[in-house]
Design a protein around this ligand. Structure first.
Ligand code: ADE
Ligand code: ZN
Length: 337
C-alpha cells in the first residue's frame, strides 16, 4: 500500500470545495463584531461556549439554532460584505482555488436587506481575496419553509447580479413533500443552473432516492444515509452519483459518534463518487483542510487519491467548462511537481 498523503500534500494541493454555506462561515469573531454592532451581547446572543460555537450539537436543530442566532446579526450590506470577505480570505489561505458557496439569500432579505444592495455586497466581499480564489454561488431555499419560499428565492435569483451557478435545497428533510419543489428544480434547468439537494443527511435513504427520482438532482449534499441501504449504495456507485460528504458536520449533528465511526472509508472503498467539504466550518470547528486530513487518516488515502478527490470536485462543479479546465490544469501541475 502506498504511504498516506502527507501534511505537505494536503497543504499544497489546489483545492475545490463544492459544499460550504456562506451563511455557515461566520466566525465567532465576526459574529461578535456584528452582534455588538447591533447592540447585543455576543456570549449570550450567539450561544458561545468559552467564546466559541459549541461545535457539537445533540441534533440538526441544535446546530440550526446556533447558526440562525449568528445570521440574525447580518442585517446590512456592510455586514454581509464583512462575512463574505472573511470567507473568501479563509478559502484563499487554504489554497482553495474554487468554491461553490451555498447562499440562503432569503435569510438576509428577511433581515431587511435590499436585494440589489445584498448582491453588490456579496460580490464585493467574495472578490476580497482576488481572482485566484474563484467563487460560484449556489442559492438555496430551505425545505421547511415550503414552496412559497422557493418561489420567492427564485424571484431573487432572476434579478440577481451575482455569479450564480446553481440552486439548492437545504433544511430539514421530511418536513415538506419533496414533490413541492419540482417547479423550483424546473426553473434551475430553465436558467441553465446546476441543482444540488441536501438528502440523506438527517433523513432516511428514501430521501436520497427522492432527490433523484423526483428532483433529478445533479449533486447530493451529504447522502450518508445510503450506508444503511446496500441496494441504494450500489445504485449510487453504478450511476456515478456525486455526494458532497462533510464528515465533521455529520459528527457535529450526532449522526455518527466519532469521525472514526463515520462511513467515509466504506464509501471510498465501495467506489462512491464522493467529494469532501466542510459544510458550515466554524460551527463544526473545522475547515476544508481539516476535512481532508480526516479523510486521509480515516479512509487511508495516498497523495494520488487526494489528487483524485480534488479532480472529481473540479469535474462536478457547476462552473463553466473553461473554469473547470483551468482548475484541472492546476491540479495536474501539482501532481507533476
Ligand atoms: N443549512 C446550513 N447548513 C445546513 C446543513 N448542513 N443541512 C441542511 N441545511 C443547512
Ligand atoms: Zn450543507
Amino acid at each position: 500500500m502506498a504511504d498516506l498523503a502527507r501534511e505537505r500534500d494536503i497543504m499544497t494541493i489546489p483545492k475545490v470545495e463544492l459544499h460550504v454555506h456562506l451563511n455557515g462561515s461566520i466566525s465567532e469573531a465576526t459574529a461578535s463584531i456584528l452582534a455588538r454592532r447591533h447592540g447585543a451581547d455576543p456570549e449570550s446572543a450567539l450561544r458561545l461556549v468559552d467564546g466559541r460555537y459549541p461545535g457539537h450539537y445533540p441534533d440538526f436543530q441544535g446546530f440550526l439554532d446556533t447558526y440562525l442566532a449568528a445570521n440574525e446579526f447580518v442585517r446590512t450590506p456592510e455586514d454581509l460584505e464583512l462575512v463574505a470577505a472573511e470567507f473568501a480570505r479563509g478559502q484563499a489561505a487554504q489554497n482553495v482555488v474554487y468554491s461553490e458557496a451555498i447562499f440562503t439569500a432569503m435569510i438576509y432579505v428577511r433581515n431587511g436587506m435590499e436585494p440589489r444592495a445584498m448582491w453588490a455586497a456579496l460580490r464585493r466581499g467574495l472578490a476580497a481575496a482576488g481572482p485566484g480564489t474563484g467563487m460560484g454561488i449556489v442559492v438555496d431555499t430551505i425545505r421547511d419553509f415550503g414552496p412559497k419560499e422557493a418561489a420567492a428565492t427564485l424571484r431573487l435569483v432572476e434579478t440577481a447580479d451575482a455569479p450564480i451557478v446553481g440552486l439548492g435545497l437545504t433544511g430539514i428533510e421530511g418536513t415538506v413533500p419533496t414533490a413541492s419543489f419540482i417547479p423550483f428544480r424546473a426553473e434551475a434547468r430553465r436558467l441553465g443552473l446546476g441543482f444540488e439537494v441536501h438528502a440523506g443527511e438527517m433523513g432516511p435513504p428514501s430521501s436520497i432516492v427522492e432527490a433523484f427520482d423526483v428532483l433529478d438532482a445533479d449533486r447530493i449534499g451529504h447522502g450518508v444515509a445510503a450506508i444503511r441501504d446496500p441496494e441504494l449504495l450500489a445504485r449510487l456507485v453504478r450511476e456515478r452519483v456525486v455526494l458532497d460528504v462533510c464528515p465533521s458536520s455529520n459528527v457535529g449533528i450526532s449522526e455518527f459518534p466519532t469521525l472514526e465511526a463515520h462511513q467515509m472509508a466504506a464509501f471510498w472503498r465501495a467506489g462512491v463518487n464522493m467529494t469532501i467539504s466542510s459544510d458550515d466550518p466554524p460551527f463544526f470547528r473545522t475547515t476544508l483542510t481539516d476535512e481532508l486530513r480526516h479523510v486521509v487518516r480515516v479512509a487511508g488515502l495516498d497523495a494520488q487519491d487526494l489528487g483524485e478527490l480534488q479532480r472529481r470536485a473540479a469535474r462536478h462543479a457547476f462552473a463553466p467548462t473553461g473554469v473547470k479546465d483551468g482548475i484541472l490544469g492546476e491540479i495536474e501541475r501539482w501532481a507533476a511537481g
